[in-house]
Design a protein around this ligand. Structure first.
Ligand SMILES: [Fe+2]
Length: 359
């Protein structure tokens, strides 16, 4: 396979999101309303913008449909059998599979307090009935456009993840490295009490940290002998190349420090910025411990796999050399050795984890 020597086309993917936003199937609108007449009126009003309609009389029916059908927009009444519209909205927004699904709440109840209630329960838009047909159509069209943009972002992300796996297969001898790296990093993050966003950044970082290697020629990436100083220079650029590739994606913002700094060392001898100690972002320090551990416990053509406990001793040895975080490595080692570290975690580490949760 010819190697890509520039990251420019990849960086451009993020800027060309709209090019990927072509809707080849009509968008699907799920109408949740206990009254048949209301459902019919909404359908008639929206028929000119030609979506596909699905109907549910109550929330339980709506959730059943959502489990089996692709839906782009939910229109619901504020008053529904079983759960009211607000509870229904909250439930939709609390589930991962439906949290990005836009919800338009339609109601005949006047009063700004109801509007506030509707929006705080997670509805993206709120419209009083009877709404002017043009207003309803315009709102729905705008929400569907927004949903299409979100979908294309997902697609761009999945393209990046696929590329990252291609890089891994080219570079590493085991295609499972990224998956394990994600797993160990997230597990360590959980033990440190990190919040959902940080855990998600660790999960993504596990897959994307080496994506910049896509720009490193095979002759350097797979070279059998020692790299020359110049080749090392190119090899080390994978961290900044990776950051450039992922920078256009807003959703990957929290992953950028992980990508850039996963080769820094605690004593300041790493790259690219010679950061030391606490200057190195915590998520990058977590990922690199998991990375070293997985490299040590994996078999390669030139070496046998170490046992988990030997790998833990080597990580501790790296702490002794000044390379790794002396507080995180013991937490990781206890995690691998199956001990609970809750009680032993230092107050400094807890405070750091807490502050990360609030940023
Ligand atoms: Fe790397």
């Amino acid at each position: 396979m010819a190697s890509l020597t520039t990251t420019a086309p990849l960086a451009a993917i993020g800027e060309h999101v709209e090019l990927f936003t072509v809707l080849d199937t009509p968008p699907t609108v799920l109408i949740v309303d206990g009254t048949e007449l209301n459902r019919r009126v909404v359908k008639a009003t929206l028929s000119s913008i030609a979506p596909r309609f699905l109907e549910a009389r109550r929330p339980s029916e709506a959730f059943e449909i959502l489990r089996s059908e692709r839906v782009d927009l939910v229109i619901c009444d504020m008053f529904l059998p079983e759960l009211n519209g607000m509870e229904f909205c909250r439930k939709l927004k609390s589930e991962r599979a439906t949290q990005l699904l836009p919800v338009l709440m339609l109601t005949s109840v006047q009063g700004s307090e109801h509007e506030v209630d509707g929006l705080t329960s997670g509805a993206d838009e709120y419209l009083l009935q009877p709404a002017h047909p043009n207003v309803l159509r315009a709102r729905v069209q705008s929400m569907l456009r927004h949903k299409a943009a979100l979908d294309s972002l997902d697609e761009v992300e999945s393209i990046l993840f696929t590329l990252a796996q291609a890089v891994e297969e080219r570079d590493k001898c085991t295609s499972d490295h990224c998956r394990r790296l994600s797993y160990f990093s997230v597990e360590l993050g959980i033990r440190l009490g990190l919040g959902r966003n940080d855990l998600l950044a660790l999960h993504r970082g596990g897959y994307l940290h080496d994506i910049g290697k896509i720009g490193i020629p095979d002759s350097i990436l797979n070279k059998k002998g020692e790299l020359t100083a110049e080749e090392w220079h190119v090899m080390r650029s994978h961290v900044t190349r990776g950051e450039e590739i992922c920078r256009p994606m807003k959703s990957l913002e929290a992953v950028l420090p992980v990508i850039r700094h996963h080769h820094e060392k605690w004593d300041g001898t790493g790259y690219p910025d010679n950061l030391r100690g606490g200057q190195i972002p915590l998520l990058a320090r977590i990922l690199q411990i998991a990375d070293v551990f997985d490299a040590l416990t994996s078999e390669r053509p030139y070496k046998r796999a170490q046992s988990a406990s030997d790998a833990c001793r080597m990580l501790e040895d790296e702490v002794g050399r000044g390379w790794r975080d002396p507080e995180l490595v013991p937490v990781f080692v206890r995690m691998i050795e199956g001990e609970s570290d809750e009680a032993r975690m230092s107050s400094g580490l807890r405070a750091m984890a807490r502050s990360l949760n609030h940023h």
